[in-house]
Design a protein around this ligand. Structure first.
Ligand code: ARG
Length: 587
């Protein structure tokens, strides 16, 4: 493969630019090209912004360039001959504006239709990644925060997978810790025959947890037993182990219901999994003289914090941070991950910052541009209509299953009010209601910059005229109906290489289509799914412009335009797939 056929369009251009930079300023060995889409389409399709930086680097050392503009001129001149670049122009302090050849874009779209959109995948600097997401806590409620983690984490995992990265989807469930002593003792007290009865024995696990906690706080005797139970459990006592497993199993079944609905797959490696590796990791850290004693605890001092990172608590127990240090060690050394991302609310930013700093002190986490990379993907709160943390009317934590139910019910009612129940089978109505409802919940979450808080609002997320999954699913279904109405066999049309982007709105749409890969590249590099949402929303808009301005069926350009419709539908579906939304072909 040639340098100008690998990766996203941006990467292909960057590869050409790299050659030009080498020729322009050989003394700056390996200057990385800075290539991006033009903000203003009047200037061109892409631009290269290296000239100013290069000028400041060589100023005084080389006499050949008077100013950045001269460097820009040279960069443009030294650009190797290629099939993709139509022309370049230099603006101001050496910005190189690039216009792509329209027939190159046409060919690129055509090849995608034939070879599949996955051939467009960008190249990422990592081959294997761990995405640590969802990660609820056993016996506690899985709240909207976990919903966000599940939706964002799944999307990041999917984008990485699109880029041919092997992804380990890790559910780091909180299945270890002192609360289990209390839970187990309470189980023994309340349900003496717990072993003989089914998994539903505990009924509502959250209520059970709360009751256990009440007793734990009020009853000193029970508290002592709970603390001893932790020791027995961690020591491997069989009866305590079995009780622990039972409690975990019940929780797991509840979590799985949510994952099934959201169609998210995860592999559980909970906190307990890393337990056997902790002593060795702690020993390694001790060997590096990182662990010191502080107020009876064993801690690591990290820069920028008054409090240290506690590794062994005063009572000798390991904690959340110890597990994360160990999980990192395991993921890098045993699983060979090159990138690890942790998807949790921003409230845990400090925890991860401290853990990463400790890992740097240990020499296990190198500097930013090296491998392995470790990133905390934080997100904001989900707010209710009152602008406060999202709660039910009785100020309970909102149950995820209820939210998904309501989104589906509302979508179903809407479909029925449009008479779809008369047109479609029962199953089709159900499937569409789920795609719309669950898709709406996911998209409403993903379309915001994850760091901001967002308001959970059914009316807004289900609005067919807004920036919603519902609008986008309708837009896609409309393209499908154009294709159906043409009565043409698309597979047959694909045999003719005939895409022409003659009309300005065809070219704009075509250019947007071929940018798909670099949007995924950007979205996944910055770990910001909203970038992909913005792309998809613009795509729907550009398609509408095209369809308004260009007659498709029965026009002279029918074949080309139907293929452009098909290409748009294919790219939209790939976006849906990456966002975890199920596409609908008719609505
Ligand atoms: N169980 C934690 C919580 O619910 C999230 C775990 C995130 N992952 C990690 N490796 N610490 O807050």
């Amino acid at each position: 493969q040639n340098a100008d056929t690998i990766g996203s369009v941006r990467q292909q251009l960057a590869n050409l630019m790299r050659e030009s930079l080498r020729a322009t300023v050989p003394e700056l060995d390996g200057e990385e090209p800075i290539v991006s889409a033009c903000n203003n389409p009047k200037h061109g399709d892409y631009q290269c912004n290296n000239a100013m930086g290069i000028f400041s680097k060589i100023k005084g050392k080389s006499t050949s360039f008077k100013n950045p503009n001269a460097i820009g001129q040279a960069i443009a001149r030294n650009l190797p001959e290629s099939t993709m670049v139509e022309k370049t122009s230099i603006a101001g302090p050496g910005f190189v504006n690039i216009v792509l050849k329209t027939d190159w874009i046409e060919e690129k779209i055509y090849r995608m239709l034939v070879d599949g959109v996955r051939t467009w995948a960008p190249v990422l600097p990592v081959k294997k990644a761990v995405v640590d997401f969802s990660s609820p806590n056993i016996a506690k409620e899985m709240h909207v925060g976990h919903l966000r983690s599940t939706i964002i984490g799944d999307c990041l995992a999917k984008m990485l997978e699109f880029c041919h990265v092997e992804v380990l989807r890790r559910n780091h469930v909180g299945d270890w810790g002192t609360q289990f002593g209390m839970l187990i003792e309470y189980l023994f007290d309340q349900i003496p025959n717990w072993e003989d009865i089914g998994d539903q024995a505990i009924g509502d696990l959250q209520a059970f947890y709360k009751a256990a906690k009440v007793k734990f706080d009020a009853d000193a005797d029970f508290r002592t037993r709970g603390q001893q139970a932790v020791v027995l459990l961690q020591g491997g006592d069989e009866r305590y182990r079995a009780a622990w497993k039972k409690i975990c199993d019940i929780s797991r079944r509840e979590f799985d219901q949510v994952y099934k609905r959201l169609q998210v797959t995860l592999e559980e490696k909970g906190e307990s999994f890393y337990n056997p590796f902790i002593p060795d990791v702690v020993e390694q850290l001790r060997g590096k003289n990182l662990i010191v004693e502080s107020e009876g605890a064993q801690v690591i001092q990290v820069d920028g914090y008054e409090i240290p990172l506690i590794v062994i608590k005063r009572d000798g127990a390991f904690n959340y941070a110890t597990t994360d240090l160990t999980a990192f060690w395991y993921r890098v050394n045993v699983e060979k991950a090159e990138l690890i991302v942790y998807v949790t609310d921003v409230g845990q930013a400090q925890h991860f910052d401290m853990v990463f700093k400790a890992l740097k002190l240990a020499g296990w986490l190198p500097s930013e541009d090296q491998i392995p990379k470790s990133k905390h993907v934080g997100f904001g709160l989900v707010l209710g209509a009152d602008g406060k943390r999202f709660r039910t009317r009785s100020s309970e934590v909102v149950r995820l299953v209820d939210l998904l139910d309501e989104a589906k019910t509302r979508s179903k009612d809407e479909l029925i009010s449009r008479g779809k129940d008369k047109e479609w089978s029962e199953e089709e109505v159900e499937a569409a209601a789920e795609a719309l409802g669950y898709g709406a919940v996911k998209y409403a979450d993903l379309k915001n910059n994850r760091l901001t808080n967002y308001t959970f609002d059914f009316d807004q997320m289900l609005d067919i005229r807004g920036n919603t999954a519902v609008y986008l699913l309708y837009a896609h279904a409309r393209i499908c109906s154009i294709l159906r109405n043409s009565k043409k066999d698309i597979e047959e049309l694909k045999k003719v290489n005939s895409i022409q982007l003659a009309h300005p709105s065809e070219r704009v749409l075509g250019l947007h289509l071929v940018r798909f890969a670099e949007v995924v590249e950007e979205s996944v590099t910055n770990l910001l799914p909203n970038t992909l949402c913005e792309y998809l929303y613009s795509l729907a808009g550009l398609f509408t412009d095209f369809y308004t301005n260009c007659k498709v069926i029965d026009s002279d350009e029918e074949t080309s335009r139907l293929l452009l419709c098909e290409a748009t539908a294919v790219v939209m579906r790939e976006c849906f797939k990456l966002l975890g939304i199920t596409p609908l072909y008719r609505l």
